[in-house]
Design a protein around this ligand. Structure first.
Ligand SMILES: [Zn+2]
Length: 126
């Protein structure tokens, strides 16, 4: 399967061992995001299904790139169980440092494994 769609947008992204599908269609948004709250979102990451939904109706191209990256970061957090497990961070721990330590190697890895995503995200076409 081609990893970009007919508009050059990434259709898949590998995050850790998982391949997420990135869905842009109105139909997929309706299928996976039926509630009103979710209808108002720009994007949603469904870690259980390895799906990222993008609400294209509400976004221009640069906002769409921002939103795709935003959802990739959520998927990185999900990779580490942050979405389902309570985080027990001792009071003496610098939470910012914990978050940055978690993100940096994973973002680097996602960039390395998904050159099509990186190319699309850094394209400056408005
Ligand atoms: Zn978010």
């Amino acid at each position: 399967m081609n990893c970009v769609d007919e508009y050059g947008r990434p259709r898949t992204v590998k995050i850790g061992p998982h391949v997420y599908r990135i869905l842009y269609s109105k139909e997929s948004w309706k299928k996976y995001a039926p509630t009103q709250r979710r209808r108002d979102n720009y994007g949603i990451t469904l870690a259980e299904q390895c799906v990222i939904l993008i609400n294209t109706k509400r976004l221009n191209l640069s906002q769409m790139r921002d939103t795709v990256l935003h959802e990739v970061l959520h998927a990185i957090f999900a990779l580490h169980g942050f979405a389902t497990m309570p985080i027990d961070v001792p009071e003496t721990t610098d939470l910012e440092e914990v978050i940055v330590l978690l993100l940096a190697p994973n973002v680097l890895n996602v960039m390395r494994e998904n050159p099509h995503l990186l190319e699309w995200l850094t394209d400056e076409t408005p």
